[in-house]
Design a protein around this ligand. Structure first.
Ligand code: C2E
Ligand code: MG
Ligand code: MG
Length: 256
């Protein structure tokens, strides 16, 4: 654990991080709506470390703020490049850690990144978890409402896996609900998972939010989601996370 912490601190200085981007599609598959930025750590000694293994450590030792700043900057820069190269206007979704809400200046920090990069605020979406709504609801609502008033969008990630508070859901400015990939994965052979998927889609629709399913790997899953009225999908079926330099070729091969 100590050596992981030490390596993480060095990794920031040594720039061992990069972002990958995963496409998000309308469920019919004809329109690409956005890209999620996913952090990657290529450690010279550990190999590729998954964010699930190093984000919690970065949170504990306070490195998440620096890391989060870097992710925001690089993600926004990349989205500006897409429109400069006429690849299209897409949403860029950035994952935020609950810890990033604990310090007071998140809204200011994000606005500074937007003005430094020149990204249209309407192109940025922040992915938060249910934890953020429950842990510090007043703070989170204030920050998100301020960002919302500038046009920035908000999504709830991994919906259904945390401590959900349905009463908070309607009081937060939320645009999209991301159905957790564990429900999607079981939806075809576990009636309970299928029921949860159906319920989340109905909930999103009733609250005027967009439902996006994560981790869609097969055409059968996509068809099931479509039959339930799900709006959008993200997953290996329609594109795995890729490096920034691969995006242009991906777009060309899909004649979007
Ligand atoms: P997430 O935000 O729910 O991201 C989706 C994860 O599902 C990604 O894993 C992605 O590679 C994976 N995935 C995408 N399509 C499929 C599929 O069809 N099947 C399966 N089995 N998996 C799929 P990844 O990149 O390892 O990220 C794991 C988690 O780490 C993310 O979950 C997110 O919570 C966190 N994370 C990633 N990047 C950042 C970041 O920049 N900041 C923060 N705070 N957290 C991040
Ligand atoms: Mg996410
Ligand atoms: Mg997720």
């Amino acid at each position: 654990r100590l050596s992981l912490e030490r390596d993480l601190r060095l990794a920031i200085e040594r720039q061992e991080f990069h972002l990958c981007f995963q496409p998000q599609w309308e469920i019919e598959g004809r329109r690409l709506v956005g890209w999620e930025a996913l952090l990657r750590w290529n450690s010279p000694t550990r190999g590729t470390v998954t964010p699930s293994d190093f984000i919690p450590v970065a949170e504990d030792i306070g490195l998440i703020h620096q890391l989060g700043q870097m992710v925001l900057e690089q993600a926004c820069q990349e989205a500006v490049r897409w429109s400069e190269r006429n690849l299209g206007e897409f949403l860029i979704s950035v994952n935020l850690s609950a810890r990033q809400f604990a310090i007071g200046d998140l809204a200011t920090q994000i606005e500074a990144v937007l003005s430094a990069t020149g990204l249209d605020p309407h192109c940025l979406e922040l992915e938060i978890t249910e934890t953020v709504m429950v842990e510090n609801p007043r703070r989170a609502r204030d920050v998100l409402s301020e960002l919302k008033s500038r046009g920035i969008r908000v999504a709830i990630d991994d919906f259904g896996t945390g401590y959900s508070s349905l009463s908070y859901l309607s009081t937060f400015p939320i645009d999209r609900l991301k159905i957790d990939r564990s429900f999607v994965a079981s939806s075809l052979n576990d009636p309970n998972a299928a029921a949860i998927v159906e319920a989340v889609i109905s909930l999103a629709r009733a609250l005027d939010m967009v439902a996006i399913a994560e981790g869609v790997e097969t055409e059968e899953q996509r068809l099931f989601l479509q039959s339930q009225g799900c709006h959008q999908i993200q997953g290996y079926l329609s594109g795995a996370p890729m490096r920034a330099c691969e995006i242009e070729a991906f777009l060309n091969s899909h004649h979007h």
